[in-house]
Design a protein around this ligand. Structure first.
Ligand SMILES: [Zn+2]
Length: 415
C-alpha cells in the first residue's frame, strides 16, 4: 500500500489546463503550515465525455508538479472505476477509487453469507465507541440486511483490488472504496459492517466514501438536515477508528467526502469533527474547476464571453441528454433555466454573477450553475476553439481556479 497523508484534496480538471493553478492553491496552504496533498481525480465517465485518456491526467499532474517544484507526495486517482474500466487506468494511476455501488443489492452466495455471519457475529450488539455519546446498536437483522445488500459488492471490490495488485507493486498505490452512488445513505452501523467485509477481502482501504444523509448536488451547497449530517459524520469517524482497531485496517483509513463540490455549509462541521476525532480527511471535488473556466471566460468579456454564451446556447436544446448521466446528483428544472435570448443579452458581469457560487448575491442562479456543471460535453465538442480560449485567458481563469480552491474549499476546511 502507498501511504496516504492525513489531509488530501481531490481535484478534477476536465480539460487538463488548470493543473498548475490547482497545485498553486495547495501550495499556498502548505506555505501556511497545512500539510495538504493534492490528488488529481478523473472518472471514466469524464474521460469518455471529454475524450481524454488516463495517461493525459498523469501527464498533467506530473507537469504541474515539475513546473511548481512540488516535492511532497501527490496522487492520480482513477475515480469510480470498476472491473470493466480499471485496466485502462492501471499504468497511470497510483490511487484507485473502487466503485461497487452498482453491485449493491446483488446477493452473495449462501455459503459466503453464512461464513460472514459466523465470522462477524460479534458485530451484533451494543458498541460503545470512544468520543460518541450514544452507543451504536447493531442487531442480527441489521447484519443480515447489510450483508444482503453489500457482501457481493465488497467481494467485487476484492476482485478489482486483486486485479490491480496483480499488475502493480502493492506499495505503489492507494485504495479508496466508494459507496456514495447508491440509492440510500449508509448508517454508521452499516458502515462498520461494510468495513468488516472490506477487511475480510484483504483490501488495504485508506479512504472510504459513504453516501451521507441529504443531497450532495453538483456544484451547489448541501440540501438537507445539517444536524442529522453532523451526528452521522461524528459517528462515522468513530466507526472508522473502531474498524482500524478491530479489523486491522490501515491506520491511515479516513473518510472521503465525495462532495460534488461546494458543500460550504458543511465545511465548518466537518472541520470541527475531524479535529475532535484527530482524524484524516480526503475532500473530493470535481467540476468546480470547470465552472471557474466558464466564469473566467465570461469575466474576460469579448470572445471569452461569447464562448461562454455559445456553450449555453448549444447546451440548452440538449438539456435532457446532458443532465441524464448526472440525474441523481443534480436538481435542475429545465423550464426554470434562462432562455438563450436572456443569456445572450447578459453583460460579462451578469453572466459571472449568475454562475458564481455566492449565495449572498441575489443574481446567483443555482439552476443555471448546476446546468453549466453538466454541460462540459458541449465545450469538449468545440475542440480547439474552447482550449485556445483557455490559453488566451489563462491569467483570469488561473486566478479564479486558484482562488476558488484556496478560499472557498481549502481555507474553511484545512487552514
Ligand atoms: Zn463519488
Amino acid at each position: 500500500m502507498k501511504t496516504l497523508p492525513r489531509f488530501t484534496i481531490g481535484m478534477g480538471d476536465r480539460f487538463a489546463h488548470q493543473g498548475e493553478a490547482q497545485l498553486s492553491a495547495v501550495q499556498s496552504a502548505v506555505e501556511r503550515g497545512v500539510p495538504l496533498h493534492p490528488v488529481w481525480n478523473k472518472s471514466n465517465r469524464e474521460h469518455t465525455l471529454v475524450g481524454t485518456k488516463p495517461a493525459d491526467l498523469r501527464a498533467e499532474a506530473d507537469a504541474a508538479v515539475r513546473a511548481l517544484n512540488w516535492t511532497a507526495p501527490y496522487f492520480v486517482d482513477a475515480d469510480h472505476i470498476n472491473l470493466h474500466t480499471v485496466d485502462g487506468f492501471i499504468a497511470s494511476s497510483d490511487f484507485f477509487t473502487l466503485d461497487v455501488a452498482d453491485y449493491s443489492g446483488k446477493p452473495a452466495s449462501p455459503e459466503s453469507m453464512e461464513a460472514f455471519f459466523k465470522k462477524r457475529s460479534g458485530l451484533v450488539g451494543t458498541h460503545r465507541l470512544p468520543l460518541l455519546d450514544a452507543p451504536l446498536e447493531i442487531t442480527r437483522a441489521d447484519l443480515e440486511r447489510t450483508a444482503g445488500k453489500f457482501l457481493w459488492a465488497m467481494q467485487e471490490a476484492g476482485r478489482i483490488y486483486r486485479r490491480i495488485a496483480a499488475a502493480k507493486p502493492a506499495d505503489s498505490f492507494a485504495v479508496e472504496l466508494s459507496v456514495d452512488e447508491t440509492d440510500t445513505p449508509q448508517t454508521p452501523g452499516e458502515l462498520l459492517i461494510i468495513l468488516a467485509m472490506i477487511a475480510d477481502e484483504g483490501i488495504p482501504v485508506q479512504t472510504i466514501a459513504p453516501k451521507f444523509t441529504g443531497r450532495f448536488n453538483k456544484g451547489v451547497d448541501y440540501v438537507g438536515d445539517i444536524g442529522a449530517f453532523e451526528r452521522e459524520f461524528d459517528a462515522d469517524l468513530a466507526v472508522l477508528a473502531h474498524a482500524v482497531r478491530e479489523f486491522g485496517l490501515p491506520e491511515t483509513l479516513k473518510i472521503s467526502v465525495h462532495s460534488g463540490s461546494d458543500k460550504f455549509s458543511l465545511y465548518p462541521i466537518i472541520r470541527r469533527l475531524v479535529e475532535r476525532h484527530r482524524a484524516g480527511l480526503h475532500l473530493k471535488t470535481a467540476g468546480t474547476t470547470w465552472l471557474e473556466e466558464v466564469a473566467g471566460l465570461a469575466e474576460a468579456g469579448g470572445d471569452g464571453l461569447d464562448i461562454a454564451k455559445d456553450i449555453y446556447a448549444a447546451a440548452l436544446p440538449q438539456a435532457e441528454e446532458l443532465i441524464k448521466p448526472y440525474a441523481p446528483v443534480v436538481d435542475i428544472e429545465i423550464p426554470k433555466l434562462p432562455s438563450i435570448e436572456t443569456v445572450r443579452s447578459w453583460t460579462a458581469r451578469e453572466f459571472v454573477e449568475a454562475v458564481n457560487h455566492d449565495a449572498s448575491c441575489a443574481k446567483y442562479d443555482p439552476q443555471f450553475r448546476q446546468f453549466i456543471h453538466v454541460s462540459f460535453k458541449v465545450a469538449a465538442g468545440m475542440g480547439q476553439r474552447y482550449t485556445d480560449a483557455l490559453k488566451a485567458n489563462r491569467g483570469i481563469i488561473g486566478r479564479r481556479v486558484r482562488d476558488n480552491l484556496l478560499k472557498k474549499h481549502i481555507e474553511p476546511l484545512f487552514c
